[in-house]
Design a protein around this ligand. Structure first.
Ligand code: AMP
Ligand code: GLY
Length: 433
């Protein structure tokens, strides 16, 4: 479909960012640096995005209200943060109305919303992935486990289960229990997958595609567990850094050759309209990189350091993707490294207090520090916490050690803090070894 994006791009354009996390604040911060970006609307945004744009009282998954708003305000570009609106088909709605939007169609978004569909895609197009079997029946699944040669398993609900649908079982007994737990995920767990458990380390690769070429951002590493040393329950992500030193030239080439290029050929062969970012979560094993999952969106908190390191104009990249005009040299990086440390409310990912006043936001910050808000709100002129992951303090440095030093120096009474905050002290430590 021919999109109405013309030569009148030099004037400042109103844009819309869908979502309310640290990822969306970081995308907005980066887009604001473009001479072509005018007002940035966030739906619904947070206390930080209110400072760089206009927050709207529209929920991220209210696709119809978002479409209406984009038509009325003549929004020239929409970028979607979370997966839910993509899975609901926001891209299809917008394109039907001839509105420019960055992201995969509903059909292509199945790469994230259905793990079995994603695995079949990987199999069909020869992307390395863990061995797996799909089940819709607990009896057969239990028999598979009992007869299996594996001693460790990963059991995954097929559908979206708010990031909680993956259970790691370190024995057959645990695997059998995990099968029982799948029923607790309702519709998402009706079909489930049993996978071999891979050994290695994880890397987040996020790549732009216009459906013709594919160009990655710098590789990043997330820290999913709540406590230092990767202990405790999983969270939405407690921090990230980029680039990942172990992803050297050789591994980068391997990721291009074995993962990104087959992905691109796959979407072309399957005729999927994919103009957005694809984020394969990779496990780097002794046999090379393998895909654990696909996300059809930017990562959170990976986006925060990745945007700090992006030299190029994000608005130009995104437009080039939408128009099928992406080039390798569109995506240039700053030298150096960046790290993001998430400040969370005490008790997260369990129950926690909201409404804490955040201190230190008004002090003049070092230019190498950006505080990206996640769950914050403006309350009587003050910024307060409104959820579990509250802020992502993100620092730049000439190398990862410097980036971490700058980031951690900005946290606490001398920088930004709130009562009863918790954060990991070991973000990026793996990069220093
Ligand atoms: P997923 O949502 O599929 O990425 O799974 C969530 C997390 O579970 C991943 O980030 C990994 O830490 C872990 N995981 C998933 N699949 C596997 C696997 N096959 N082997 C080892 N760990 C896995
Ligand atoms: N950082 C994990 C995610 O965005 O899914």
């Amino acid at each position: 479909m021919q999109l109405k994006i013309g030569r009148d791009m030099i004037k400042k354009e109103p844009i819309l960012i869908v979502g309310s996390g640290g990822r969306e604040h970081a995308l907005g911060w980066k887009l604001k640096q473009s001479p072509k970006v005018g007002t940035i609307y966030f739906a619904p945004g947070n206390g930080g995005t209110a400072n760089i744009g206009t927050n709207l009282p529209i929920k991220a998954n209210d696709v119809l209200a978002l479409t209406k708003f984009a038509i009325k305000q003549k929004i020239r570009l929409t970028i979607v943060g979370p997966e839910a609106p993509l899975v609901a088909g926001i891209v299809d709605y917008f394109r039907q109305k001839n509105l420019a939007i960055f992201g995969p169609t509903k059909k292509a978004a199945k790469l994230e919303s259905s793990k079995s569909w994603a695995l079949q895609f990987m199999k069909r197009h020869h992307l390395p992935h863990p061995e797996f079997k799909v089940f819709g029946d607990t009896k057969l699944a239990k028999k598979f486990i009992q007869d299996s040669q594996w001693s460790e398993f990963v059991i995954k609900a097929d559908g979206l289960a708010l990031g909680k649908g993956v259970l790691i079982a370190n024995s057959k007994k645990e695997a059998l229990q995990a099968i029982e737990e799948m029923t607790g995920f309702g519709e998402a767990g009706k079909t489930f997958i049993i996978q071999e458990k891979l050994q290695g380390y994880e890397v987040s690769v996020v790549a732009f595609t216009d459906g013709k070429i594919i160009v990655p951002l710098l590789p990043a590493q997330d820290h999913k567990r709540i406590f230092d040393g990767d202990r405790g329950p999983n969270t939405g992500g407690m921090g990230a850094y980029a680039p990942v030193p172990t992803v050297d030239k050789k591994l980068t080439t391997l990721i291009q050759k074995n993962i990104l290029q087959p992905f691109l050929q796959g979407i072309i062969k399957d005729k999927l309209d994919y103009r957005g970012v694809i984020y394969p979560g990779l496990m780097i094993t002794k046999d090379g990189p393998k895909v654990l999952e696909f996300n059809v969106r930017f990562g959170d908190p990976e986006t925060q350091p990745q945007m700090m390191l992006l030299q190029s104009d994000l608005f130009e990249i995104v437009n080039a993707c939408i128009r099928g005009k992406l080039r390798n040299n569109h995506v240039q990086f700053k030298k150096g490294a960046a790290a993001c440390v998430v400040l969370a409310a005490e008790g997260y990912p369990g129950s926690y207090k909201k409404g804490e006043i955040i201190h230190g936001l008004d002090t003049k910050q070092n230019k190498n520090i950006q505080i990206f808000h996640a769950c914050t709100t403006v309350d009587k002129g003050r910024i307060t916490s409104s959820g579990g992951r509250v802020l992502g303090v993100t620092g730049y440095g000439t190398n990862i050690k410097q980036a971490l030093k700058t980031t951690y120096a900005a946290i606490g009474k001398q920088g930004v803090y709130f009562s009863q905050m918790q954060y990991r002290r070991d973000i990026g430590q793996k990069a220093l070894i």
